[in-house]
Design a binder for this molecule. Structure first.
Ligand code: HPA
Length: 278
């Protein structure tokens, strides 16, 4: 068997060493990835410090409008949090492992739970634009996998219970405490960057999809590869193509996400304020 490249990935080790040196070494109660339009969540941090991704060895640039491409550390509800403001998407360079180093770094900095957020289309009539939904599981419809080419047996990552049941329970309890309606459903990962066709959305609905988007699923696979507990939260920005007359576009995605960002912020506050958090 090849050596286990999770613990000896030199790019992850170099990025983590740099971050420790720059005072981003943790420990952290939570690591957060902010999706499209949700980068302003980092403005909720007290005593924030930031680093552009471009300065961190082996970090991806983030070239999508609506994404800052910056790492932030500070406290939220009094607890130390690491925030990845913006992500690299597989559709940018055709690389499904675009987030391998950032996710691996979470593992190298003490493995706090990882909460991924995204903007998504909804196939749930009751969850219209502006709704929040927990992801319970995913369908990988992209034809890609971030572990293609991974040499070690660690590549055979179990994906049962990948979306951590205890973290999800904590998020549900936090939503209830904060008076926020939280839907829940299966996320279908399409490779993008074009939005789905109505026919693709009808297919996804038949396969059991409740949400669609172009990110998150590969990061969950990587998180499980690195042994992290992970959960994911979708901010619904639109009904999926052809569903309830949905006709998604990127400007709408950014606008709705920005408007609903406060609810996600309140949910995070509630999550981190729980004594057993998160
Ligand atoms: N499809 C894919 N990605 C998305 C959507 C969508 O409808 N909305 C926001 N991100």
């Amino acid at each position: 068997m090849s050596p286990d490249s999770r613990s000896d990935d030199p790019r992850v080790a170099a990025a983590a060493a740099f971050l420790r040196e720059r005072g981003f070494g943790g420990p952290f109660a939570l690591a957060l990835v902010t999706g499209t339009g949700l980068g302003a969540l980092a403005e909720r941090l007290a005593a924030p410090r930031t680093l552009p991704y471009g300065e961190i060895p082996h970090f991806p640039g983030s070239g999508v409008s609506g994404h800052a491409g910056r790492l932030a550390a500070g406290t939220l509800a009094g607890r130390p949090v690491l925030v990845f403001q913006g992500r690299a998407h597989p559709y940018e360079r055709g690389d499904a492992a675009a987030m391998r180093v950032p996710v691996g770094v979470v593992g190298a900095l003490g493995s706090p739970p990882l909460l991924l957020t995204n903007a998504a289309g909804s196939l749930m009539r009751r969850a219209g634009p502006g709704s929040l939904a927990l992801i319970s599981d995913h369908l990988n419809l992209s034809g890609m996998n971030p572990l293609h080419g991974e040499p070690s047996d660690a590549r055979f990552v179990p994906m049962t219970g990948a979306y951590d049941p205890a973290l999800r329970a904590g998020l549900r309890a936090a939503a209830a405490a904060a008076g926020i309606a939280l839907h829940e459903g299966v996320y279908a990962w399409f490779a993008g960057p074009s939005f789905e066709t109505p026919a693709e959305i009808r297919m996804a609905a038949r396969l059991g999809a409740d949400l669609v988007g172009m990110s998150t699923a590969p990061e969950v696979i990587l998180a499980r590869f690195f042994g992290l507990r992970v959960a994911a939260l979708s901010l619904v920005t639109n009904y999926a193509a052809g569903f309830e007359a949905g006709a998604p576009d990127h400007a709408e995605t950014k606008r709705v996400a920005r408007d609903a960002e406060r609810a996600v912020g309140r949910l995070l506050d509630a999550l981190l304020s729980r004594p057993e958090a998160p």
